[in-house]
Design a protein around this ligand. Structure first.
Ligand code: HEM
Length: 267
């Protein structure tokens, strides 16, 4: 015998319709659960604005990736037409000046934010056990980020770009043992020319972004696995006995009354 279902309110029906695509996806892939696991997690109660610097760096990287893809649609990595294509992007393409400006200035913002984030991690002592590996990954990200800047600088192929790259490659050449080899690999031959530009372009828009994305994935995995560090001034993290987990703000924390030792009577 069929059992009649109780009538559902209109609001519930609308909710079910709106959530249907998500339920469909979740049932077949578990992706919604995975995103929830990634985004909704407990962090220490005394987490503060300094801990948003990592996310700010991530946002800067994403802006670089998106604007870079758009620029790559119009840029030509050839010494005879590279500069012209840059002029075309700036003067003719709709909002090209904005996308190019965002990419050019965004590069500096990305590097500066990385340094600010690194300083936060250092000053909070967040590089210590068990987060040493994430610090090492961070150092690699910093190096790759700066290499992005170096390889991108040549792409406009104007006088500043050319001579800055000459200086950069020659500096590398003075390094011990692998120096001359490194500068020859970067040049793609004995002189800076078409091969250098093609090489820098490929490294700038394929090799380095792929490596950075992989490392960011690992970096975030470790942040999720190990959790976020409390600030060094955190009384809770220092194990202050009068502050219980999930306890509401106490007068003692605001410095209004003397803390009462656990189990001891108040004076
Ligand atoms: C592409 C560059 C980078 C991105 C997108 C990035 C992103 C993040 C994010 C989102 C977090 C968690 C939130 C936070 O603590 O701010 C984090 C934590 C961390 N990052 Fe980075 N980061 C980058 C570069 C670096 C660098 C250069 C270092 C150091 C050399 C570093 C070391 C760490 C460490 C040790 C943590 C764990 C901190 C904690 O648990 O409190 N990161 N990163």
């Amino acid at each position: 015998m069929a059992v009649a279902r109780p009538p559902r309110s209109r609001r519930k029906q609308m909710e079910a319709i709106a959530l249907y695509p998500l339920d469909w996806l979740e049932e077949r892939s578990g992706l919604v659960g995975a995103v929830k696991y990634f985004l909704f997690r407990k962090v220490p109660g005394d987490t503060n604005w300094f801990q948003t610097l990592g996310s700010a760096t991530l946002t800067a990287f994403l802006v670089q990736a998106i604007t870079g893809v758009i620029l790559a649609m119009y840029y030509t990595p050839d010494p005879n037409s590279a500069y012209e294509s840059i002029k075309h992007i700036t003067n003719d393409v709709t909002l090209g000046w904005l996308v190019r400006g965002m990419h050019r200035w965004g590069a500096s913002v990305f590097i500066i934010l990385m340094f600010f984030h690194m300083a936060r991690v250092f000053l909070f002592g967040a590089y210590k056990y068990p987060r040493e590996l994430n610090w090492i990954i961070g150092v690699l990200l910093l190096v790759l980020g700066m290499l992005e800047g170096f390889t991108g600088y040549l792409l406009p192929w104007d006088q500043t770009a050319y001579w800055a790259t000459v200086v950069g490659i020659n500096l590398n050449g003075t390094g011990p043992i692998i120096g001359p080899f490194l500068s020859s690999v970067l040049r793609g031959g004995s002189e800076i020319g078409p091969d250098t530009l093609a090489r820098f372009y490929s490294i700038h828009m394929l090799v380095l972004p792929a490596a950075i994305m992989g490392l960011i994935g690992l970096h975030l995995y470790l942040v999720i696995r190990l959790g976020v560090t409390s600030p060094p001034w955190s009384k809770k993290a220092a194990g202050a006995p009068w502050i219980e987990e999930d306890e509401p703000e106490q007068p003692a924390r605001k410095g209004l009354v003397e803390p009462t030792p656990r189990g001891g009577a108040a004076k």
